[in-house]
Ligand binder design. Structure first.
Ligand code: ZN
Ligand code: ZN
Length: 218
């Protein structure tokens, strides 16, 4: 599985990637109803207790709270998000009148961007932080504040990670990672995004905040 492969390749991010891999092993192809997600979150937590960092082990997952008023920094959000993802991937959701930076299915914030080959170039899609739905978005534009001035919106890449660009915005001090499919056809956007801890630390040192923290709270 992709998460274990990346865990071996990028030791700084190994802890969260191993945990996510174990969670996906447990969830499998489950299609829980929303009412069942709380029990799923609690089952995940019990099963993964021995592998989880202490803040996760001691947190009480609250699925409805995360869905209605998401707090990605709460340790309990890890299990709530995993359980909600299992539900939301299959549920027939439709968010009424979504803003360009909101998931058209569930209304949650974008986790990351994906550049997918289109015509002679690449088209940008944002990927939901909860249900993983992708939707098209204007390139070289900040999803958080809408800034489109090329002097304010920047792109950074790092040696050895051709498949990653980090898009930053000087207007609102936000950033998000873009995964470039043509550079690595094997990539799984939401899993690869978890392997970029070192870039997240770099961004934090620049005073930037990620538009939406990932499962690791980064
Ligand atoms: Zn969504
Ligand atoms: Zn911005």
């Amino acid at each position: 599985m992709r998460a274990r492969l990346l865990a071996a390749r990028y030791p700084a991010s190994a802890e969260v990637l191993e945990l996510v891999a174990a969670a996906y092993d447990l969830i499998g192809d489950a299609k829980p109803a929303f009412e069942d997600t709380q029990a799923l979150a609690e089952r995940l937590q019990i099963a993964l207790r021995s592998q989880s960092p202490v803040p996760l082990r001691d947190a009480v997952p609250d699925v409805a709270a995360y869905y209605n008023n998401p707090d990605p920094f709460a340790p309990s959000s890890f299990f709530a998000r995993m359980a909600l993802e299992a539900w939301a991937r299959h549920a027939p959701l439709r968010h009424p009148d979504p803003a360009p930076n909101e998931c058209p299915r569930c209304g949650h914030a974008p986790q990351l961007g994906v550049l997918r080959p289109a015509g002679n170039g690449n088209a940008l899609f944002l990927a939901c932080s909860l249900c993983r739905q992708e939707w098209p978005f204007r390139r070289t534009t900040c999803p958080e504040c809408g800034e489109a001035d090329p002097d304010k919106v920047g792109f950074y890449s790092t040696d050895g990670r051709d498949s990653v660009q980090t898009q930053t915005c000087q207007s609102c001090q936000s950033y998000l990672h873009l995964l470039v499919v043509e550079k690595d056809l094997e990539l799984v956007p939401e899993v690869d995004e978890l392997s970029l801890l070192e870039l997240d630390v770099w961004a934090a040192e620049q005073g930037l905040h990620k538009i939406w923290p990932n499962l690791a709270g980064m």
